[in-house]
Design a protein around this ligand. Structure first.
Ligand code: XMP
Length: 514
């Protein structure tokens, strides 16, 4: 799946170790231009991609640090438009004989900029706009023939350009939402400077992915394990469009799914898609293996291994199947090393399927970010319930139950979870939160309901905001919403008499409890 010829020339994001490289790539795609993240490489290697433009990302080092990452300076003579951001801008300035200096005080956070001479890049930016700065060094003077087009109090050169050489730089971060008109700056670079065309659309993504799958698998049979999550569902829907009834979907019901999840997936794939759908009810097998197990890692191991065993049982019956669908996404590919997109990371989306299953992988989402996967899923006709479902861990509700996992305790956490999501949806917050769910603790406390003393479990409510799950913050939910959730959970879910709200961020906590 790797030698994809997308319908347009890519914009390359050269990653100098920036936390924002993926964000830059997403912003470019939001402007309907295809982008790829690559490591710093030679000018010739960059040209092998036939790029329409190049963006240098920021980076953590000073351009004068002994271990600073450099770029092949021949890149400046290729005639390809280049935009340097932060470190990337400083690199252009340094390489072409400008001066980058150390400052006593860096610039961090929202900063006002003041415009200089007229600018192709900053055409939509207004005098006094706020931009997002995050740097220590700054550009003191421009290379010869370059113009300074913006300044700030601490950056004598906040933006520069050389229209003849098609080289541009901004000391600030246009990709960050806190920069006023940041996306307009990126668009000016793409369309006014580089003349890119807007042909990265969901239709072109789908058509290209379908062509790729068809040419990879031909008339062969394909197997797909559906997890209930959006990635495997969209991957299956795409492959189904490509190969029709040569696709078989397998859904292993572990008994650890969210409320309505198994039914929704089955309904989608039996009603709207032409595939053989194998639904395996394995609840009893999972519960019997989990009996008496309290250790989180042991739970994960048992669930992962049993899932594989069951999937193998199906796969072994399908002797004529050669291909296995995986919902690997672009961030997984990038994390295996930018520019190493051909290295298949042993990434397991569904229950940790092993590499030795003798299938060739079909990965139709390998070039897509999560938000693009959702757009493609909607366009392919999957329901909002599936497409906009919040992330869910492979081991399911088992890692949201502290202590032993029994059908009764899964019932409690599932019912509470459904109430949490229902109220979050009613409050219009579902898409603002990364995740919101219920956790069942393993302690009991005293309460009073009616005239009766109770001694029951608490539900812990967990709601977080996050961009990528690497870090997360607890969501500042309104008190009246917290109250509504707590009172519904206690009155509607048997066995619960108290609700607590987890206000730990990640780090030091994790999002899940186990
Ligand atoms: P933690 O708890 O590590 O979770 O902060 C980060 C994100 O990953 C999800 N998660 C998993 N996803 N298989 C998955 O596919 C897993 O085993 C797994 N464990 C955690 C979690 O829901 C959160 O979004």
């Amino acid at each position: 799946m790797d030698n994809i010829i997308w319908p347009n020339r890519p914009v390359l994001i050269v990653d100098f170790g920036a936390q924002y490289a993926q964000l830059i790539a997403r912003r470019v795609r939001e402007a309907h231009v295809y982008s790829e993240i690559v490591r710093p490489m030679s000018a010739q290697e960059l040209m092998d991609f036939n790029p329409a433009a190049i963006i240098f990302s920021g980076g953590p080092e000073s351009v004068y640090a002994a271990n600073s990452v450099d770029i092949d300076t021949e890149v400046y003579d290729l005639g390809i438009p280049i935009l340097g951001i932060c470190y990337g801008a400083q690199l252009i300035a340094r390489d072409l004989n400008g001066v980058v200096g150390k400052t006593e005080k860096g610039e961090y956070g929202r900063t006002e900029i003041h415009l200089g001479s007229s600018s192709k890049l900053l055409g939509s930016v207004l005098e006094g706009d706020n931009v997002w700065m995050s740097h220590r060094d700054h550009i003191v003077s421009m290379p010869p023939d370059f113009r300074t087009v913006a300044q700030s109090d601490h950056s004598p050169v906040a933006a520069f350009e050389n229209d003849q050489k098609l080289l541009y730089g901004v000391q600030f971060h246009p990709e960050v939402a806190h920069t006023d008109h940041g996306q307009e700056i990126i668009k000016s670079f793409l369309f006014k400077v580089a003349g890119c065309s807007r042909n990265w659309t969901s239709t072109s993504v789908i058509e290209t992915a379908i062509d790729q799958v068809r040419s990879q698998v031909g008339e062969e049979k394909v197997l797909c394990a559906l997890s209930g999550g959006v990635d495997s569902a969209v991957a299956a829907a795409l492959v189904n469009r490509a190969v029709g009834s040569n696709l078989t979907c397998v859904f292993v019901d572990t008994g650890l799914m969210r409320q309505g999840e198994a039914e929704e997936v089955e309904a989608a794939f039996t009603r709207d898609f032409k595939t053989e759908f194998i639904h395996i009810n394995a609840k009893d097998r999972f519960f019997s293996r989990l009996k008496g197990v309290r250790d989180p890692e042991e739970k994960r191991k048992i669930i992962g291994e049993l899932f594989i065993r069951i999937f193998e049982e199906v796969a072994n019956e399908k002797v004529d199947v050669k291909y296995l669908v995986q919902g690997t996404l672009y961030p997984d590919v990038v994390e295996s090393g930018p520019g190493n997109a051909s290295v298949i990371k042993s990434h397991h989306n569904v229950g940790g399927l092993p590499d030795d299953m003798n299938f060739e992988l079909v990965e139709p989402l390998r070039r897509l970010f999560k938000d693009e996967v959702r757009i493609v899923g909607s366009e392919l006709g999957l329901s909002d319930e599936i497409v906009f479902r919040q992330p869910f861990p492979g081991p399911g509700l088992a890692v949201r139950i502290v202590g032993e996992v029994t059908p009764e305790r899964v019932g409690i956490v599932r019912a509470a979870d459904a109430i949490v999501l229902d109220e979050i949806r009613r409050a219009g917050l579902e898409r603002e939160l990364w995740q919101a769910f219920a956790v069942l603790a393993d302690v009991r406390s005293v309460g009073v309901m009616g005239d009766e003393r109770t001694y029951a479990y608490p539900i812990i409510l967990r709601a977080v905001t996050s961009d990528d799950a690497m870090t997360a913050d607890f969501a500042r939910l309104p008190y009246d919403l917290l109250e509504k959730i707590a009172s519904r959970v206690i009155s509607e879910v048997d066995g619960v008499n108290r609700v607590a709200y987890d206000i730990t961020s990640k780090p030091p906590g994790t999002i899940e409890w186990e």
